[in-house]
Design a protein around this ligand. Structure first.
Ligand SMILES: [Zn+2]
Length: 131
């Protein structure tokens, strides 16, 4: 079943909170030297659909210690992009609706449980994902 408005609002809130927390972590990792670019990025509204995604901009800054955060920020960007496209909550593999319960627990989920498990099995066998 398609996630309802209320569920989507809740998930948007979860994603924004997570995004904010991640940016805070990045800011803490980064010793706030006078990097105007970073300060500008931090001042942007979470979920803002600028032409450059926050994750990409942060990656450009080459904050190596923030790799994990950048990876997760990309997932969050992806979730917002799918919301905008009206595809949020649809499994990218089989096109079925991902249960709201799974989305609430794991808002950046791209696959339903069955496809995720299959994907992970393939992932383990191949060692590395092919992009
Ligand atoms: Zn699926």
């Amino acid at each position: 079943m398609k996630p309802g408005r209320e569920t989507l609002d809740k998930i948007t809130q979860i994603l924004r909170d997570r995004q904010k927390a991640l940016l805070e972590e990045v800011r803490n990792e980064f010793d706030q030297r006078d990097n105007q670019h970073l300060i500008e990025l931090m001042g942007r509204e979470p979920g803002d659909s600028g032409d450059v995604s926050l994750a990409d901009a942060l990656a450009d800054l080459n904050i190596l210690r923030a790799d994990r955060q950048i990876h997760e920020l990309r997932d969050i960007d992806g979730a917002f992009a799918r919301m905008k496209a009206g595809e949020f909550g649809l499994c990218t593999e089989c096109g079925e609706h991902i249960p709201a319960q799974r989305l609430l627990a794991y808002p950046t989920a791209k696959r339903c449980m069955a496809c995720q498990q299959r994907h992970e099995r393939l992932f383990v066998q191949e060692g590395k994902p092919k992009l």
